[in-house]
Every structure is written in structure tokens, then in C-alpha cells.
Design a protein around this ligand. Structure first.
Ligand SMILES: NC(=O)c1ccc[n+]([C@@H]2O[C@H](COP(=O)([O-])OP(=O)(O)OC[C@H]3O[C@@H](n4cnc5c(N)ncnc54)[C@H](OP(=O)(O)O)[C@@H]3O)[C@@H](O)[C@H]2O)c1
Length: 308
């Protein structure tokens, strides 16, 4: 009789940099845990180091074909094994909404939302009962925090924006994070997910310094954001804790805690927001809670990724 403890299987995106890299260190260090990561280009080779034993497989979220190939490759590699924890953390922020994905969708919407929506649709059926699906969102989804966050949901306008000037990058980012939160709630409401007692969490790491999120922005824009973070945000922080800047180490540790089940939202809730390093369970924005918006995004995303 084989008495070996079965391995816990964790599949993750967005762990080659930023807070995800710290989460990966924690998760890969757990006993009896097999970690498979999806990563671009050189992360799958020897140039970038991932913790010993972590299996890196090619994934470019800017291409739906790559998402499908990754899902197939993970499924093939796992054989009969199931995924216990699926962490969808990858994200990007551009300075405008000019760039398009391989499939012709606005890049931020495509990478942050559509690709993860498709990946979750393909991999949730491969998850174990009592598993955990974690999608990284952001407080920026909420107009009360980020005034340019959407107040209505228009998926086609997000996928095919007609404006691309100053400020469209942060708008696209905030909208994509709203989509992450809407999607998490839609998954949580699925009969299959409820019947199999899969816990779904939308995790906001809070404003986190020391990551490479805005790396594609022009140097002047990055300098401006740094200036804001070190001046205005510091002044506002004592009154608005969501503007207090956390570290990538703590945000990554919290993502690992949420993923491993150390932290769980109260029954019936999906959203965890890290504020000053502590997990809080606020209501998402009014729009993020809208069942109509959740259903509409699900239907339109389904068509955009070719599942309808
Ligand atoms: N930093 C913050 O203040 C903040 C606040 C709230 C929420 N978040 C969210 O936290 C998550 C992590 O952000 P971060 O700040 O740690 O950013 P980061 O340092 O830029 O890390 C982003 C991760 O996503 C991956 N990624 C980006 N585009 C990809 C693509 N096309 N295909 C595959 N992987 C891709 C990156 O891979 P490469 O290494 O290949 O680029 C990297 O591993 C994101 O979802 C972000 O929206 C961040």
C-alpha cells in the first residue's frame, strides 16, 4: 500500500516578477506541494530563476492560442491529478490603450481579464473538490478609490476602445481589475463550483511598491507616478489607508496566505482587500456587485474567447 501523502497541485500565473514572485517563494517552500507556473519567454528557460522544483511552462497571456496551449499542456502533464489551487495573478498596466493583443483586443483588457477568464474556464473543470481559485484584482476597480474607474460596464468598448490618449492606460487598467472581480463572483456563483465546494477569491494586494507593473510606461510617466507615491499618497495615507503603499514582500506573502487557505473571507464573500498589510473584507464597488454586469461580462467574454 502506498502511504505517501498525495501532492497538493498549485498552478499560477504572474509569478516571475513583483508580488507574485514573493508569493511563489512561499508556496513553493510548502511541503508536499507541486507548483506549475505559466510564464513568458525566458522564464521557461534558464535565464530567470524560479525556486527549485517549480515547473515553468510557456504562457503569453496576450495570445488566446497560448492560453489554450498552456491549459492543454498543464492538463496533459497532470494526467489524473487535479489542481488544488489556481492562482491567476499576472497583470500589466500600459500608459494608453493603443496596443492590441494577438487576437485584436485592447492589450490590458486581453491580458488582465480575457486570458484569465479563458484559463479559468479551461482549468476549473480540472480542479479538485474543495479547491481554491484566486484572481488578483485591485481596489482601483472602485470609483470611490480611483475616480477614473468605470461606472458602467461596456465590454465591447473595453475590448475595442476608440480613444487612446493620456489617461486611457489607467482607465483600461481599472476596468480590467473590475472585470477580474466580476469574473470571480461569476465563478463563485456557478453550480459546478458551489457543488464541488471550490472557494473563489478576488484578492486585492493594495497599492504595492517595488513591482514592475508600470514598466511599459514612458520614463516621464513612471517618474510622475513615483513622485505621486512619495508625496501626495504619503500625505493622504493617514486619512485614506488604501493609499498607504505596501511592500511587494508583504503583498506576496498575503497572496500566498490567501491561496494556501490561511486567510479565507467570511462565508458568502469573495473579495479580500489588503490594507496596510492586513486582510479586510469590504464590499466591492456597486458595479462590481451587479449581477447584470457579472452576467453580461461572462456572456460577452465567452464569445470573445470563442467558447460561445
Ligand atoms: N503593484 C500594485 O500596486 C498592485 C495593486 C493592486 C493590484 N495589483 C495586481 O497584482 C498583480 C501583480 O502585479 P505586480 O505589481 O506584481 O506587477 P509586476 O511586477 O509587473 O508582475 C506582473 C507579472 O505578470 C506577468 N505578466 C504580465 N504580462 C504577461 C503576459 N502577457 N503573459 C504572461 N505573464 C504576464 C509578468 O511576467 P513577466 O515577468 O514576463 O513580465 C509578471 O510575472 C497584477 O494582477 C496587478 O494588477 C498590483
Amino acid at each position: 500500500m502506498d502511504l505517501a501523502k498525495p501532492e497538493r497541485v498549485v498552478v499560477m500565473t504572474g509569478v516571475t516578477a513583483g508580488l507574485g514572485a514573493h508569493a511563489l517563494q512561499h508556496i513553493a517552500g510548502q511541503p508536499d506541494t507541486r507548483v506549475i507556473i505559466g510564464a513568458r519567454g525566458s522564464a521557461c528557460g534558464s535565464e530567470r530563476t524560479v525556486p527549485h522544483g517549480v515547473e515553468a511552462m510557456p504562457l503569453d497571456l496576450a495570445s488566446l492560442a497560448s492560453v489554450r496551449e498552456f491549459a492543454d499542456a498543464v492538463t496533459g502533464r497532470l494526467g489524473d491529478a487535479r489542481i488544488d489551487i489556481l492562482v491567476l495573478n499576472a497583470g500589466m498596466q500600459a500608459s494608453n490603450s493603443e496596443r492590441r493583443s494577438a487576437d485584436g483586443y485592447e492589450l490590458t483588457f486581453a491580458v488582465n481579464h480575457l486570458a484569465h477568464y479563458l484559463l479559468a474556464r479551461l482549468l476549473v473543470p480540472r480542479m479538485a473538490d474543495h479547491g481554491r481559485l484566486v484572481i488578483t484584482t485591485s481596489e482601483t476597480h472602485d470609483p470611490a478609490v480611483t475616480p477614473v474607474a468605470p461606472k458602467t460596464l461596456e465590454p465591447q468598448a473595453l475590448a475595442h476602445p476608440t480613444k487612446s490618449g493620456f489617461g486611457t492606460g489607467i482607465r483600461a487598467y481599472a476596468a480590467s481589475k473590475l472585470c477580474n472581480l466580476l469574473t470571480a463572483q461569476s465563478f463563485a456563483a456557478l453550480d459546478e463550483v458551489r457543488a464541488r465546494q471550490i472557494t473563489v477569491i478576488a484578492f486585492s494586494p493594495g497599492l504595492t511598491g517595488g513591482t514592475s507593473l508600470g514598466r511599459d510606461s514612458p520614463r516621464a510617466m513612471r517618474a510622475f507616478v513615483m513622485l505621486l507615491m512619495h508625496t501626495v499618497f504619503r500625505l493622504v495615507g493617514p486619512f485614506r489607508p488604501e493609499y498607504v503603499i505596501g511592500t511587494a514582500e508583504r503583498s506576496g506573502e498575503a497572496l500566498a496566505e490567501v491561496s494556501l487557505g490561511v486567510i479565507t473571507p467570511p462565508r458568502g464573500r469573495v473579495y479580500i482587500s489588503l490594507i496596510k498589510g492586513e486582510s479586510t473584507f469590504p464590499d466591492p464597488s456597486q458595479l462590481a456587485r451587479s449581477r447584470d454586469a457579472q452576467d453580461r461580462l461572462w456572456r460577452e467574454s465567452e464569445a470573445m474567447v470563442g467558447l460561445a
